[in-house]
Design a protein around this ligand. Structure first.
Ligand code: ZN
Length: 275
């Protein structure tokens, strides 16, 4: 029943997402007191409680300033926490906008300072924040996409925020830049092991846990196909021609990222000795 309800909510959000794509910045209510902020192709979530607001990735200074002003229209409460999903600059810039009131939280592997902001709270595997009747559960995802990536689950709404390692019906970004692809598979498995109903990624459409599984299966399938091709003496150019990946043709970024996904997988297999 809960799953059906979550699916209905996500369906409603998907129906409105075409509008969101056309706007540079927007805020959508995901469920209960959990909101999703879009800045062009990047998304975060934030949580409004009677004891303060929890924000996640600031994205950049201008986005964070816009978001701070918009949150001020929703609640009089100050922003009490800023939580970084990871330290990559496209998600983690501009955090200083929130540090007048917010305690900054990041994984222990994050740099000393993230765009000039020094996290006060660092954690290893898990950390839980309780505020105003909400619980935000932070889980380290291990090395893969970076080495300081965490997932967050907000309760009681059971909304998961997971960035970059996982997306919904959308191919992974370009050629897996900077990524340990074997690690990414494990990061997605860790996300799949969390208890949540709604998945809010850092890019693209919202979904449910089954979408994280489908994303992992895509990466695993791509790995198996490229590995078998290379073992069989095929060149990477051959694989780009042969691996049409038709069953994913309706996924987002298929036209742009199919070829770089194959090339990035081949590069990683060769570098990692997995070939
Ligand atoms: Zn990243």
């Amino acid at each position: 029943m809960l799953r059906l309800f979550a699916t209905l909510i996500v369906g409603a959000l998907l129906a409105t997402s075409t509008f969101a794509q056309e706007t540079k910045r927007s805020i959508t209510n995901i469920a209960g007191d959990v909101y999703r902020f879009q800045n062009k192709f990047h998304f975060n979530i934030f949580v409004v409680t009677p004891q303060g607001v929890v924000v996640t990735d600031p994205i950049n200074k201008e986005a964070a300033e816009w978001l701070k002003a918009e949150i001020g229209k929703i609640t009089d409460q100050p922003i009490k926490y800023l939580i970084y999903s990871h330290s990559h600059g496209d998600h983690a810039s501009g955090g200083a906008v929130f540090t007048d009131t917010a305690e900054v939280v990041a994984h222990k592997n994050a740099p000393e300072a993230i765009d000039g902001v020094t996290p006060k709270t660092r954690f290893d595997d898990n950390h839980t924040i309780e505020i105003g009747g909400k619980t935000v559960e932070l889980t380290y995802l291990g090395k893969g996409h970076g080495d300081d990536l965490i997932a967050m689950v907000v309760r009681p709404e059971n909304v998961a925020f997971a960035v970059d390692a996982v997306s919904v019906n959308r191919l992974p970004f370009r050629d897996f830049p900077r990524a340990d692809i074997g690690g990414i598979i494990n990061q997605i498995k860790t996300v799949e092991g969390l208890d949540f109903d709604i998945l809010a990624p850092g890019h693209g459409a919202m979904g449910v846990k089954a979408d994280a599984t489908a994303h992992r299966e895509y990466v695993e399938k791509l790995m198996a196909l490229v590995k078998a091709g290379l073992k069989g003496g095929k060149s990477v150019d051959d694989l780009v021609t042969e691996l049409t990946l038709d069953e994913y043709a309706d996924w987002g970024s298929f036209k742009n990222f199919r070829e770089p996904n194959i090339r990035g997988m081949a590069r990683w297999l060769k570098q990692s000795g997995g070939n």
